[in-house]
Design a protein around this ligand. Structure first.
Ligand code: SF4
Length: 373
């Protein structure tokens, strides 16, 4: 029987500075020991996220690529985000939609949302991610539910990346056709979390941290976790992310965990990342996750530039967004302000061609609705 202790309670006593020190002190011999084992475990996170492991980056990447091919084949799922509303009452210091950014806000009505979704459907997408800011009174559960219900016949998989909800509201989402939840903690360090989320509902660290568990209890097929690289030292944050994923996987074994490492890009606020994360660190983070969590989806968005995305095709990534517009209505008309500027502006067709050139299958849908249990 699953323990009643929440993940927030489990990590309540973690000292992040001490955790980072332990990771920085890992010796190369410890890395070699883990790499010699037939299978790594989430408990190896401190070792595999260490600077010592960065010196074995080629070995990490090769191991991660072999595991990915064995578990997922040469397939890449493609999805697109559909931004429904840029209204937000939160004040995340790094975000272009933050409440204190002066901009014209836009929320799509049902017809506009369906029309934008149809564009994505006509491009070939059968997996879609609905995105909103957090302004439940203005654009809340009812709105998202209506959109999901209306577009459900067009898509095999609908995920939401919105505000944390009660379990009962996640249940309503599920009944409307939503099967995936994406809820990034941004950082697991409560001190930094408080600094970068100074006001609004998102300032409640614990309410957000417990969100994926509520989603698992509501029966979502996919639970997406992530940290926003740039906010905090990435190594201890990634170690906590892996523990969170493993904990959720044990409690909700029917759900598949999906992990993403969005890297901060310039927002309209001009917020500069406090802890920049270079390409080698970024690649180490993902390769290490694949080695410890062989069945997790690894997701790469258009925040990353085309050149890096192409390099990572055929490695350990299993799901990519393509042709993304990050403003509400952006698939039909010039948007009214983006959350962030996409770095890879290629069309879905171009991405599919690159995948084919690399001997990869572009998968526009995951699992046909009729086959779900
Ligand atoms: S990150 Fe999300 S919650 Fe925070 S300001 Fe931006 S849209 Fe709102």
């Amino acid at each position: 029987m699953a323990s009643s202790e929440s993940f927030a309670e489990i990590i309540a006593g973690v000292d992040f500075a001490q955790l980072e020190e332990r990771i920085l002190a890992v010796r190369p011999e410890a890395v070699d020991r883990v790499l010699r084992q037939p299978r790594a475990r989430p408990e190896d996170a401190l070792v595999l996220f260490s600077p010592a492991a960065a010196q074995r980056l080629d070995a990490l990447v090769q191991r991660a690529a072999a595991i990915t091919e064995q578990r997922f084949g040469r397939a890449m799922q493609l999805y697109a985000p559909l931004y429904l509303s840029s209204a937000c009452t939160n004040r995340c210091v790094y975000c272009g939609f933050s409440h204190d950014v002066v901009m014209e806000r836009r929320s799509l009505n049902l017809d506009e949302a369906v029309a934008n979704a149809r564009v994505l459907h006509d491009q070939g997408f059968r997996q879609i991610l609905l995105v909103t800011g957090e302004a439940p009174r203005h654009y809340g559960v009812d709105h998202i539910e209506q959109v999901a219900r209306a577009i459900s016949p067009m898509f095999d998989s609908i995920s939401i990346e919105v505000f944390p909800m009660e379990q009962a509201d996640y249940g309503r989402m599920g009944a409307a056709g939503v099967d995936g939840l994406v809820l990034y903690q941004e950082t697991y360090d409560p001190g930094i979390y408080a600094e970068v989320h100074p006001a609004g509902r998102k300032a409640d660290y614990r309410w957000r941290l417990d969100g994926p568990d509520r989603g698992g209890r509501a029966g979502f097929r996919s639970l997406g976790l992530g940290i926003l690289l740039g906010l905090a030292p990435w190594r201890p944050d990634a170690a906590l992310l892996v523990q969170h994923a493993a904990w959720l996987q044990r409690r909700h074994w029917r759900s598949r965990i999906a992990i993403s490492f969005p890297r901060m890009v310039n927002s309209e606020r001009g917020y500069a990342a406090a802890h920049t994360v270079g390409d080698r660190d970024f690649i180490q983070a993902m390769a290490a996750v694949r080695i410890m969590l062989p069945d997790a989806e690894l997701v790469l968005s258009t925040r990353e530039p085309a050149e890096l995305r192409d390099r990572l095709i055929g490695s350990f990534i299993t799901r990519m967004s393509a042709g993304s517009q990050t403003s509400p209505g952006g698939y039909i008309e010039e948007g009214l302000g983006e959350q962030f500027e996409a770095q890879d502006g290629r069309s879905p067709g171009e991405i599919a061609r690159v995948l084919a050139e690399r001997g990869m299958d572009a998968v526009w849908k995951d699992l046909d609705k009729g086959f779900r249990v």
